[in-house]
Design a protein around this ligand. Structure first.
Ligand code: HEM
Ligand SMILES: *[C@@H]1O[C@H](CO)[C@@H](O)[C@H](O)[C@H]1NC(C)=O
Ligand SMILES: *[C@@H]1O[C@H](CO)[C@@H](O)[C@H](O)[C@H]1NC(C)=O
Ligand SMILES: CC(=O)N[C@H]1CO[C@H](CO)[C@@H](O)[C@@H]1O
Length: 617
């Protein structure tokens, strides 16, 4: 694609936006301090999404909980102040909506699921879906994740040399397939098997490709979508899309659009088919044909289990007709949940495994905690070996798994320091004043404890800066310290301490975890341990309990059987691979040059089967 074409599309979308947002009349003058170096056209907000983690932390540290940035569309406020965030996502949530571009693009890609609706329709969907994600439903979904974790562990183990030596394995593709199987099997009830099969079927392949990198390639087209969708009927929108994606437009950008269109169609076709099957099955339980009955029995033996769609359909048909969701909305939820649960979980899983490889003591401590729990629950005979390929299934119950203190610390600490989604954007629907917990400086340098935000302007919720604020989390906020989440830092779970033989003791022996992220009674409004990783309020992550359970199950199964270290051996050219995490809109792990290309996502780790010494910390 030539530069002029790129400029053409760029200018087009600028003009569209210019018009959409009221053009040059929108020169806000937010009375707030912020970095002075500003690009004449694009401002400096891009640095937040392109300058990496350091830039974000630098401005939050320098200017405080509210920072003024410049964007193409006018001034935006970069927020991490606890009180201001409470107003944005909870108290005044109706004035701070998801940007129209986000909602309409999601609607186009996924249909009417949670991330594509606002207002009353969104409220209605949440009301029906919140109970679907209850703890008791999570308990039912765990077995599916256990068998995925088991499969992953066995696959990695089968690649390793028998003599117990290390082998380098890129964990990223494996973990992303794990997350894909997780959403497919536990949420959709779709019998995917991307971990084991060399090639994905069309549907799972479409789900995999429907990811952030492809979407970010379409950045120039995204602003146009709401304008088209709001101004044309769906018939004309379809016609327009067909016209635009005709093969005679030969540019690279158009190839991306065509690819996206194809993926949306594949996903849509597959979801419709899976949904129709589910629906048919749920509507005719009483009249099972003999063959269906047989397969039901087979299903039980081969581990066919309940999934989120079953629970959702059941909840829907049990609701009064005014509360029910349409088939289109239910279908939309399927697509939305796969999308919302895939890259986010992959990112968290790979960061967690990487951090454990980097911190051998934490890894050993975690491993020993898990083994002790198994022993305590008599799920493990003393002396049984871990270094066999046929590794035992890690089948702690939901409550045992969720309450392992150190595992909990590892997962919380990883999600705090490296939130999968570091930023969320909100559009100000009505001019309002945001109070601040901690004063900042105005444009003229005066101390101010509130800021006036203008109608149609944007605020950026800095999940990252909130989760790392030293005032709120302590001076070591930027360090990865799982033990900060333990009631007594020197832990009660050391090997050799009294191990109750009765499994029922597990819960009662756990001391309450300390409450972090609170200062003088002030806390962040997050749904998960006062951190903002899953946000809070009515648009918080509906899947956070599922994500927590999935990450814990996968990490625990991996660490129990496998030992991970960072790469240590020089390659043919004498370079040792060093993993570098780039943060743009998402976190991407790459291998730093010269050992790697610095571009392709990868998490190469040295892996071997565990030995007795790997339990000592
Ligand atoms: C580590 C993993 C995850 C992280 C960090 C995460 C984070 C988030 C965040 C920050 C939001 C708010 C987005 C916004 O304001 O627009 C969100 C929303 C959402 N998440 Fe997650 N998520 C994770 C996993 C999952 C999983 C596994 C599922 C599916 C089961 C899921 C389903 C959703 C849905 C449906 C929404 C939209 C909620 C709404 O708008 O009402 N997420 N998530
Ligand atoms: C933490 O919050 C305080 C008070 O809002 C602020 O002054 C400081 O700059 C913040 N620090 C970081 C690292 O975000
Ligand atoms: C999706 O289904 C429609 C109708 O069944 C079919 O015409 C179309 O080719 C399918 N799309 C893809 C990409 O397979
Ligand atoms: C005539 C019409 O419906 N115009 C709409 C086109 O789309 C923009 C952006 O969404 C709306 O603001 C207009 O009202």
């Amino acid at each position: 694609m030539s530069l002029s074409q790129l400029c053409g599309i760029g200018i087009l979308s600028v003009l569209v936006l210019w018009k959409m947002f009221g053009g040059s009349s929108r020169k806000y003058n937010i009375d707030l301090d912020g970095p002075k170096e500003v690009h004449w056209l694009t401002g400096n907000v891009r640095k937040v999404f392109e300058g990496g983690l350091d830039y974000c932390m630098k401005i939050a540290e320098q200017y405080g909980g509210a920072v003024k940035l410049q964007s193409l569309y006018g001034e935006v406020v970069y927020l991490s102040d606890p009180l201001a965030l409470y107003h944005v996502i909870m108290k005044d949530q109706h004035f701070f909506e998801e940007p129209d571009v986000f909602i309409m693009n999601n609607k186009m890609m996924f249909g009417d699921g949670l991330i594509a609706t606002i207002g009353e329709q969104h409220r209605k969907q949440r009301k029906l879906l919140n109970p679907v994600f209850s703890t008791s439903n999570m308990r039912e979904l765990l077995p599916t994740l256990q068998s995925i974790a088991h499969k992953l562990t066995s696959i990695v183990a089968s690649k390793l040399p028998d003599d117990g030596s290390y082998k380098e394995i890129d964990m990223l593709p494996l973990l992303s397939r794990t997350a894909l199987d997780g959403v497919c099997q536990a949420i959709l009830g779709y019998p995917s098997n991307t971990l084991e099969s060399a090639e994905n079927d069309e549907y799972t392949e479409a789900l995999r490709k429907m990811s952030s990198p492809l979407i970010s390639k379409l950045i120039y087209f995204r602003p146009i979508v709401p304008v088209v969708m709001r101004n044309f009927s769906s018939y004309w929108t379809t016609k327009l899309v067909e016209l635009v994606t005709m093969p005679w437009i030969p540019t690279e950008r158009m190839k991306d659009v065509r690819e996206m269109r194809r993926i949306i169609e594949l996903m849509d076709n597959g979801s419709k088919k899976a949904f129709a099957e589910k629906k048919a099955a749920s509507e005719t339980p009483a009249t099972l044909s003999p063959t269906a009955m047989q397969s039901e029995v087979d299903g039980l033996y081969s581990g066919r289990r309940k999934d989120m769609m079953d629970i959702m359909l059941k909840a829907n048909s049990a609701s009064s007709s005014s509360e029910q969701l349409t088939d289109g909305e239910l279908l939309g939820q399927m697509n939305v949940m796969v999308f919302a649960g895939l890259d986010t979980t992959t990112s968290a899983l790979s960061r967690c495994v990487y951090l454990l490889a980097k911190n051998p003591l934490a890894q050993a401590r975690l491993r020993s905690e898990i083994r002790d729990a198994l022993k305590r629950l008599s799920l493990l005979q003393d002396g049984s070996s871990f270094s066999e390929h046929g590794s035992p299934l890690l089948h702690l119950s939901y409550d045992e798994l969720i309450n392992l203190p150190f595992l909990d610390g590892v997962v919380r600490e990883t999600l705090r320091l490296y939130p999968s989604l570091p930023h969320m954007v909100r559009n100000v629907l009505k001019a309002t004043t945001l109070p601040l917990q901690f004063p900042v400086r105005s444009s003229s340098g005066a101390e101010i404890s509130s800021i006036a935000v203008h109608e149609k302007s944007f605020v950026i919720i800095s999940i990252l800066a909130a989760n790392r604020n030293r005032t709120m989390w302590g001076d070591d906020a930027n360090e990865w310290k799982p033990e900060r989440w333990l009631s007594s830092p020197e832990g009660t779970n050391r090997p050799g301490t009294d191990v109750p033989s009765d499994g029922a003791e597990v819960l009662s022996t756990k001391l309450p975890a300390p409450i972090l992220g609170v200062k003088d009674g002030i806390r962040y409004p997050g749904v998960y341990s006062n951190m903002m990783t899953f946000l809070g309020g009515s648009r918080s992550c509906i899947g956070f309990k599922f994500a927590e359970m999935e990450i814990k199950q996968i990490i625990a199964a991996l660490v129990l059987h496998l030992h991970f270290v960072l790469p240590t051996d020089p390659d043919a050219n004498g370079y040792i691979k060093e993993i570098q995490w780039k943060m743009k809109a998402f976190h991407t792990p790459v291998v730093k040059p010269p050992a790697g290309d610095g571009e392709s996502p990868a998490v190469p780790l040295n892996v071997r089967l565990v030995q007795e010494e790997d339990f000592k910390w």
